[in-house]
Design a protein around this ligand. Structure first.
Ligand code: RP5
Length: 161
């Protein structure tokens, strides 16, 4: 039963979005990673949202490039948290996707992360933190991973002394 649904506007987005799924795997969070487009497959997008909600999905993560309407289209159809990952690749360098993802009308927010892999990774961490509000075991796993990150910084600092 996926707790997180990751939608990509195109299979061409996969390389940039895959780190999101990898982090959810590492944290033991069930998820669905699939392709669906706000424009090319609006009915599929709508059906997937419904199916995911029926299965108990708690957070939607949407990645898209160009006029990146996918996250907004999903936010229009669910009151679960929606996180957006703008994808680069256009002649405008991803500014178009960033602005399309971040500029939502009041009441229909998209929690917009950074572009590409950086945003994909933090979308996973933020989704995990949202789910962990009601999942103490997951909250503990997040703390453990943060401890590892802290240790790595300490080790790196020591290696330079
Ligand atoms: C967007 O258009 C997708 O999210 C992708 O980033 C971009 C290009 O899609 P393709 O033409 O590569 O399928 O909808």
């Amino acid at each position: 039963m996926p707790k997180v649904a990751i939608f990509m506007g195109s299979i061409s987005d996969e390389e940039k979005v895959r780190p999101c799924a990898d982090i959810l795997d590492k944290l033991g969070i069930d998820h669905l990673l699939t392709v669906t487009s706000a424009h090319r497959t609006p009915e599929r997008t709508e059906r997937l949202i419904r199916e995911m909600e029926e299965q108990g999905c708690q957070v939607f993560i949407c990645a898209a490039g160009l006029a990146a309407h996918l996250a907004g289209a999903v936010a229009a159809r669910t009151s679960k948290p929606v996180l957006g990952i703008p994808i680069t690749g256009s002649p405008l360098g991803g500014w178009d996707a960033l602005l399309a993802t971040v500029q939502m009308p009041p009441g229909f927010p998209v929690g917009t992360l950074a572009l590409d892999k950086v945003g994909a990774r933090n979308a996973a961490w933020l989704a995990a933190q949202i789910i962990a509000l009601n999942d103490p075991d997951l909250a503990q796993r997040i703390e453990q991973e943060r401890a590892v990150m802290r240790e790595n910084v300490e080790k790196a600092a020591q290696s330079l002394q």
